[in-house]
Design a protein around this ligand. Structure first.
Ligand SMILES: *[C@@H]1O[C@H](CO)[C@@H](O)[C@H](O)[C@H]1NC(C)=O
Ligand SMILES: *[C@@H]1O[C@H](CO)[C@@H](O)[C@H](O)[C@H]1NC(C)=O
Ligand SMILES: *[C@@H]1O[C@H](CO)[C@@H](O)[C@H](O)[C@H]1NC(C)=O
Ligand SMILES: *[C@@H]1O[C@H](CO)[C@@H](O)[C@H](O)[C@H]1NC(C)=O
Length: 235
């Protein structure tokens, strides 16, 4: 008889389920609820929260009722991009003695976390390259959720050359012949980031050199003209 009563008072939950599941934005706090329906004895219940292969927390309940009751556990977390795609679930178990008599724990289904975050360049800093460029690609690759979309802008002089390039691809392929600033933006619903690639003219054919050549040409022309006039005058 005693044995019968003892058995009757142990009841594994009818269900263990998660609630409040939605995409979360990086940096924000969010809560997931685990509902354990009809468990006894509730004071021997512990609820474990799992994320991947880690146990995040466990909760027990102060409950004197020997008959089945329903309990909820709420996990509060701050959304981090590293948790995007991570599996989270809760597990209900009864800590009964002797241990051999413990029923198997009951798990909720796993929820896959979706964390939204703004694009972040894989290589963050702006870049500078000198012509003639040894480097043949400019990379704007960024991580982000949703996946970022890209857009390139070229210096005026380069527009004709790159008109066939896909301005919405993360990588711009050279050769780079035109100095100026090449701008790439990566954007998604969470934000837009911009990276600048400055392509410098080869040394020696800068504006200084061009001006010097132009002045020399003008001086030469003047001397020539004067020379012609002089010779004409002489005649
Ligand atoms: C469920 O989510 C809403 C909105 O994010 C929040 O206000 C509420 O507290 C959450 N409920 C639980 C039980 O975590
Ligand atoms: C339930 O837990 C209490 C301690 O909290 C323990 O004394 C008791 O033996 C447990 N019940 C069973 C049936 O194992
Ligand atoms: C890149 O250059 C822009 C404009 O000059 C500047 O605002 C930004 O801070 C720079 N970014 C980095 C990572 O240095
Ligand atoms: C950058 O993106 C391109 C196109 O999506 C991809 O082929 C390449 O492997 C990426 N590079 C890096 C370093 O992630």
């Amino acid at each position: 008889m005693f044995f019968f009563i003892f058995i009757a008072w142990i009841e594994m939950p009818d269900s263990v389920s998660l609630k409040n599941l939605s995409a979360v934005v990086e940096g924000r706090q969010f809560a997931i609820q685990c509902d354990i329906v009809n468990v006894a004895p509730a004071r021997n219940l512990s609820v474990l929260w799992h994320k991947g292969n880690k146990i995040l927390s466990s909760q027990t309940f102060d409950e004197s009722s020997p008959s089945p009751v329903s309990k909820s556990s709420v996990l509060t977390l701050t959304a981090h991009r590293d948790d995007d795609g991570a599996e989270i679930w809760c597990e209900a178990k009864l800590n009964l003695w002797p241990e051999e008599q413990r029923p198997l724990p009951v798990r909720s289904e796993a929820h896959i976390l979706t964390v939204l975050y703004q694009p972040t360049f894989i290589s963050a800093s702006n870049e500078t390259l000198d012509l003639p460029a040894g480097k043949n690609i400019l990379s704007c690759n960024a991580t982000g959720n949703p996946l970022p979309s890209y857009h390139w802008q070229f210096p005026q002089a380069a527009q004709e050359t790159y008109k066939d390039q896909d301005v919405n691809y993360p990588i711009l392929t050279g050769p780079f012949e035109f100095p100026g600033v090449y701008t790439c933006t990566a954007s998604n619903s969470q934000g837009t980031v911009t990276k600048y690639f400055t392509v410098n003219k080869p040394p020696g054919i800068g504006p200084g050199a061009i001006a010097a050549i132009a002045i020399a040409a003008i001086v030469f022309a003047i001397i020539c003209t004067l020379g012609v006039i002089h010779r004409k005058c002489k005649r």
